[in-house]
Design a protein around this ligand. Structure first.
Ligand SMILES: [Fe+2]
Length: 433
């Protein structure tokens, strides 16, 4: 049978095919109902793609037991793999590699599919997310470009390309492609996001705020990652406009209201609280509210990017024991890391973890010293440029508080040149001269 993209699916069940098409639509639009695939697997217990999708969905939770939850779905159809098409087999193996922690091999599988079956947007989406987690900007763009070559007028393909262009610093093209995706379908939240990144990078504060808040009504139907992440971007514009109360309002009304147990909601909330505090905002009991959901996550060590966010929240909430345990867990994770991720955990995550704990505890000189070597390879930690700025901001704050005025001034001058309309940067500079 053929799916909505015209790709061959090995099943005789129209219900299984409908479930696959529904899942694809939900994943591409960041919908609320991707989980429906889990309830429809019995339509064809031998359908490789449907079960691989179910496993991928569970892996996207990024919990410590995600792989254990995902694997039974893969095992159920493993005996039927020989009867599946080549594309289905490659996709299955890519998801299987993901459950084994072999993200580098998983990306290779998605790359092969993007090369030979570029209409497979779901595979491209999974591959693009892996590249985001690996800090591979060229890879992020390559999946978007393959998708747009196959489907040049598909808003989801265009949105993927727009984000890749932005991460590769091709800002004008990113904005044009992101705007086109939004014109084709106003609800394309990933395109809103790509354009927000362009405006964030260029410091177009009022324009960025109007762009995001003018589209925010369309995010109501999005999953909690996309909803909270786009609202996080909207809050950044308010923050840079010195609208602290407005940013806190977004936190209370949008960022910390959806799925508090989900890592992406937690990361977006933490990433805003850090920035609010750095500006001198009083965030009240919000650290403790967030940290209350993190206790069980401290030993998961799925992605270093996530661990470091959890760590700072635990440290700022005053849970010193949990924070110290998480640093130890990161050290242990670094010691058992696979070759492709060894530098990420050992040379970036672990020094950053120690630098962040030192910052949270007011040990400014120690913090600056620990930050410096890790920042040189910060890209490896994954996420976007805007998200990784968290560590540059913490480092800068530590430099200022440690009295390293010359170093701080040099960084602030660069930040002022890149984004001249942010009043906070001017105030920080003025305070140092
Ligand atoms: Fe983003």
């Amino acid at each position: 049978m053929k799916d909505a993209y015209g790709l061959t699916v090995t099943t005789g069940s129209p219900d299984a095919l409908a479930a696959i098409d529904h899942f694809a639509d939900e994943i591409m639009t960041f919908g609320l109902n991707a989980g429906a695939i889990l309830d429809r697997l019995d339509a064809d217990p031998a359908c490789v793609i449907a079960h691989a999708h179910a496993a991928a969905l569970l892996m996207f939770l990024y919990t410590g037991d995600a792989a254990a939850q995902a694997r039974p779905h893969l095992d159920r159809v493993r005996p039927h793999l020989g009867g599946a098409s080549e594309r289905e087999q490659i996709y299955f193996r890519a998801i299987d590699d993901w459950t084994a922690g072999d993200l580098d091999r998983a990306v290779d599988g998605h790359r092969r599919i993007a090369r030979d079956w570029p209409r497979d947007l779901v595979s491209a989406r999974v591959g693009q997310v892996h590249c985001i987690n690996l800090g591979d900007n060229e890879g992020i763009l390559a999946f978007g470009e393959a998708a747009t070559r196959a489907r040049p007028d598909d808003p989801d393909a265009l949105a993927m390309a727009a984000f890749g262009l932005e991460q590769c610093h091709r800002l004008a093209e990113a904005e044009r492609v992101g705007r086109r995706a939004t014109e084709l379908r106003r609800t394309t939240a990933w395109a809103h996001h790509a354009v927000a990144h362009v405006m964030e990078t260029q410091g177009r504060l009022a324009e960025g705020r109007a762009w995001m808040e003018g589209l925010a009504d369309t995010w109501e139907g999005c999953n909690s990652f996309m909803y909270t992440h786009n609202w996080w971007h909207a809050a950044l514009f308010r923050l840079d406009q010195d609208d602290i109360a407005g940013a806190l309002d977004i936190f209370d009304r949008h960022l910390w209201t959806r799925m508090r147990t989900y890592c992406q909601d937690q990361v977006n909330a933490i990433a805003l609280l850090v920035r609010l505090e750095l500006r001198g905002a009083e965030v009240g009991g919000r650290w403790r509210d967030v940290a209350a959901y993190l206790g069980g996550r401290a030993r998961e060590n799925v992605l270093a990017f996530l661990d470091l966010h959890y760590l700072y929240a635990l440290a700022r909430a005053g849970d010193d024991k949990a924070a110290d345990e998480l640093v130890d867990a990161i050290a242990a994770r670094a010691a058992r890391a696979k070759p492709f991720e060894r530098s990420t955990w050992a040379e970036v995550a672990l020094p950053l973890a120690r630098a962040m704990v030192a910052h949270a505890r007011g040990r400014w000189t120690e913090s600056t010293d620990r930050f410096a070597p890790a920042l040189a390879q910060l890209q490896l930690i994954g996420g976007s440029h805007a998200q990784r700025d968290l560590w540059h901001q913490l480092h800068l704050d530590a430099l200022i508080r440690a009295g390293r005025r010359g170093d701080a001034r040099a960084i602030l001058e660069q930040r002022r040149q890149a984004r001249p309309d942010v009043p906070w940067t001017h105030r920080q500079l003025a305070a140092l001269t």
